[in-house]
Write a protein that binds this ligand. Structure first.
Ligand code: FES
Ligand code: FES
Length: 892
């Protein structure tokens, strides 16, 4: 077959049945991404004779005698295509995994299509941005700013990776040439929710041409571990094996087949004969705690650190302050209700993937899509009995995480395969596998009791939280702990009682998800506060103001109020809602209402979060900054260059960053818990200051001038009247570290004005506004993008996203099409407002702001719907049919 790819003539024959996406990637065009392989997401978009197509559902042979343009071929001889430039100038991306497809589709739009982007761009999904920044890019709006030497703080500096992201040169996990001798790994997954594997007959699989090896539970290291990655491995129960002889959810790994091609590996999986002994299963966490319920991990001893394996309880929390009974007795009004939140899919566009090999020194090397390369290295070394310096884990750019990649889901089985075969091994999850087996948000049921006096003063708060851990306990203790914290700590109330249970069930495991437990409990508490306000006949804003902590609040442990902007956030949102906006309901049959909710979050996870940074001058006058934290769209790379540039009196462009590779630097706990700016950023600030101080010392000595008369300015030190290039001073390196303590507190308040159509149950968002207390904002464009993206993801979670599990424990909707993440047409713009605060703990007064914008969105929306309709929805999502039924059935 002959075709033109990016202007060059190719004569290549695709494999029978091969799609255009894999055909192009096989030829090295890595800008062609995979998000779903089902025509749903647009990550694989290319132009075929100038028209955008989803290459994953386009047979490769259809490109014969035609012109294919991938993102790499969009630029002209004079430089980037205008749309590529516009995406850079508006910063129309975060992780950038959707960007090649977005840019290609946008490059074809005519004026009429640009007026209706919801239709024109409906085939391209973005999980990170909420689309506003992309719409700005298409409209040619410029958001990025330049900075002169030393004044980068507070400016909307462009991400250093921008040019690579918009041209397709940015390398994600699998965007590397396939090494010689590569084996493809495919996993056979359990069709049963609970079963013991009696035997696996591999004979037929091994007879398939190209199949090299089959790994079964007999090949697995005996050691149990947790897929969750935390600084302290004891935070999670050791209840998982690489391959186990008991399967505890539909989709669990049963065996791995290694073959020369993916097709042979898949055929090998289908040819395995597995004899299962079916065991009773339990899917409901309340039922799982009852006597006689099927037990998932009763075979494990104390070394597994499971709270009570004989009740399926992974973790349990009981805390109390004051006297709850007295608080309830003192209340004039008591509100009690149960609120439930559903299972959510992270939907990072890049699926989990890893490539492993032994390097020339026989060191196990894993390139993976991870938020935690250093913790993954440690886990692999422990699991396989290797010295840590015999294991290297790295990632370049990660295509979205949202907590889902704070997990070791591919690296362990790839490492086992590499060590067993001595050959390079590649594993890439399909989107279906991502739905079936990658961790989700923990579904929770929260019983809330609130007591208050007539004037709205809270006298009692009680929460009982039951969290569905799924089949394994990864993150369940931490999520329960976090979920049962800040949601009520934000309120002053003398009498509180919190009981929480994280419970095993035979469903796919839950894990870390943006908000880490708080989005579920904030939904419960903030909905209940609104319910209480109605019972008291008080304005919900006033009820909150009456009870929130103030700037003088005493915090616990190593948490300090480094700054306080909650009251400001409430004022900002209330004023914005009062001001309203242009949007009106379609007609007067729609019911209109408004709602709000607030959330507090500790800026750093507890119990230690560590980061190291190193910076040194380069011969070209710039600096090389090395950090461990990973970049997956959270923008920390940009922030690090800004911080270092400010300290060294230079421009962010002069800071060249290397990151997320265990071979480069000592340690970094990882890019989770919103720590990229405040922990790793603090390490960078200290490293830059350490380097600056050494340079100043050297100049002081050389010129004999006062230290106070010296300063670093870009590539030189000014010493009194003299100027010395840094290259002429003795070689120096700056080191910095941070241990993530003390921790500060950030706040978010969201407000909605909505219209509800009682005839259909449809909810339309007329106004969406979020105020964020992010301390001093290092990069307003990026910070606004984090809030917009978090709000967008949370709107999907509030209105329709849900992983549905059938009566046999099977995921019913394992596709983007069946799950529905927000597309262009689904999202309103969210106005973002910042409180004016300056944090005493974070770098240059900044606070974290990446997961917290998610947390107040769902309750604010439910409160607005209750205001509009009078119907209170205590379960998520607020799907149209649910709303319709509630408005039309007397029982609700
Ligand atoms: S990968 Fe082709 S549409 Fe998603
Ligand atoms: S930037 Fe669009 S998916 Fe990440």
């Amino acid at each position: 077959m002959t075709l033109r790819i990016n202007g060059a003539l190719h004569t290549e024959a695709p494999r029978p049945g091969q799609c255009l996406r894999t055909f192009l990637r096989d030829l090295g065009w890595f800008g062609v991404k995979k998000g779903c392989d089902a025509g749903d997401c647009g990550a694989c978009t290319v132009l075929l004779d100038g028209q955008p197509v989803h290459s994953c559902v386009t047979p490769a042979f259809r490109a014969g005698n035609r012109e294919v343009t991938t993102i790499e071929g969009l630029a002209g001889p004079d430089g980037p295509h205008p749309m590529q430039r516009q995406f850079m100038e508006a910063q129309g991306f975060q992780c950038g995994f959707c960007t090649p497809g977005m840019v290609l589709t946008a490059s074809t739009l005519d004026q009429a299509q640009r007026q209706d982007l919801s239709t024109a761009m409906k085939g391209n999904l973005c999980r990170c941005t909420g689309y506003r920044a992309i719409a700005d890019a298409i409209a040619g709006v410029q958001h990025t700013e330049m900075a002169d030497g030393g004044d980068a703080f507070g400016r909307s500096i462009a991400a250093p990776a921008g040019p690579a992201v918009v041209t397709g040169a940015a390398r994600y996990t699998l965007d590397v040439p396939l090494p010689a001798g590569l084996l493809h790994l495919k996993l056979l997954r359990s069709p049963h929710a609970h079963a013991r594997i009696i035997s696996i007959d591999t004979t037929k699989a091994l007879a398939i041409p190209g199949v090299h090896t089959v790994l079964t539970p007999a090949d697995s290291p005996p050691r149990a571990f947790s897929t969750a990655r935390h600084e302290n491995p004891l935070d999670d129960p050791d209840d998982t094996r690489v391959l186990d002889d008991v399967v505890r959810f539909v989709g669990q790994r049963v065996a791995a087949v290694l073959a020369d091609t993916e097709a042979a590996a898949e055929a090998g999986c289908r040819a395995l004969l597995v004899d299962y002994q079916i065991l009773p299963a339990v899917f409901d966490p309340e039922a799982a705690m009852q006597p006689g319920a099927p037990l998932l991990h009763a075979d494990k001893g104390a070394e597994a650190r499971i709270h009570d394996p004989h009740r399926n309880v992974v973790a349990e929390i009981h805390t109390a302050t004051g006297d709850l009974a007295a608080g309830l007795a003192a209340a004039d009004v008591v509100h009690t209700a149960t609120y439930t939140t559903q299972r959510l899919h992270h939907a990072a566009l890049e699926t989990h993937a890893a490539i492993g090999w032994l390097n020339d020194a026989c060191c196990l090397t894993i390139r993976s899509s991870t938020q935690t390369p250093f913790l993954t290295r440690r886990a692999l070394a422990d699991l396989f009995g290797l010295q840590p310096d015999r294991v290297r884990v790295l990632c370049e750019r990660v295509g979205g995480g949202f907590g889902g990649k704070q997990e070791m889901l591919t690296e362990d089985i790839v490492a086992l395969a590499v060590l067993r075969t001595g050959r390079p091994v590649r594993l890439e999850f399909t989107r279906r596998e991502q739905f079936l087996a990658a961790p989700t948000r923990h579904p929770m049921q929260v019983d809330v009791t609130l007591g208050a006096t007539r004037d709205g003063t809270l006298t009692a708060m009680q929460l009982r939280i039951v969290s569905n851990a799924g089949a394994y306990g990864n993150h369940s203790g931490g999520v329960l702990h976090h979920g049962s914290g800040e949601c009520h700590e934000v309120y002053r109330c003398p009498n509180k009682r919190i009981d929480g249970y994280a419970v095993y069930t035979n469903t796919l495991p839950a894990g870390a998800f943006r908000g880490y437990g708080l989005s579920q409990t904030v939904f419960a508490v903030e909905s209940a506060m609104d319910d209480l306000a109605r019972k008291l006949n008080l304005d919900p804003f006033e009820l909150r103001r009456c009870n929130i902590i103030g700037a003088d609040a005493e915090m616990h442990g190593d948490v300090e109020l480094g700054s306080y902007g909650l009251a400001q956030c409430l004022d900002l949102v209330e004023a914005a809602l009062r001001r309203g906006n242009e949007a009106a309901p379609p007609d007067d049959t729609w019911q209109v209402g408004q709602g709000t909710a607030l959330a507090m979050i500790h800026t750093i996870p507890p119990r230690g979060h560590f980061a190291e940074a190193r910076i040194s001058p380069r011969p070209d006058g710039g600096y090389e900054l090395t950090v461990g934290t990973a970049e997956f769209g959270n923008g920390t790379t940009t922030v690090h260059t800004q911080i270092a540039a400010v300290v060294l009196g230079t421009t962010p462009a002069a800071i060249h960053i290397r990151q997320s590779d265990t071979a480069l630097i000592g340690h970094d706990t990882g890019a989770f818990g919103s720590t990229g700016s405040v922990v790793a950023g603090m390490a960078t600030q200290r490293a830059a200051a350490h380097l600056r101080d050494q340079l100043l010392d050297a100049a002081t000595t050389r010129f004999g001038v006062d230290r106070a008369d010296c300063r670093v300015v870009g590539d030189a030190v000014l010493a009194g009247e003299s100027r010395v290039p840094i290259a002429e001073l003795p070689a120096t390196v700056g080191f910095g570290s941070s241990d993530g303590s003390p921790r500060s507190v950030a706040f978010n308040v969201h407000g909605f004005r909505v219209a509800v159509q009682p005839g259909t149950g449809e909810i339309r968002i007329l106004q969406s506004v979020q105020a964020a207390d992010a301390g001093r904002v290092i990069n307003p464009m990026q910070c606004r993008g984090q809030v917009e993206g978090g709000a967008a993801q949370a709107i999907g979670a509030a209105l329709y996203e849900m992983i549905r599990i059938d009566a046999d424990g099977c995921v019913e909707n394992p596709t983007f099409r069946g799950y529905h993440i927000p597309a262009w047409a689904d999202l309103p713009p969210t106005e973002v407002l910042f409180a004016d605060t300056n944090d005493s703990i974070g770098p240059f007064g900044a606070k974290s702001m990446s997961e917290s914008p998610f947390n107040p969105v769902a309750p604010a929306l439910a409160n607005a719907v209750a205001d509009a309709t009078g119907a209170r929805f205590r379960s998520l999502p607020l799907a149209r049919d649910v709303v319709f039924r509630a408005l039309h059935e007397p029982s609700g």
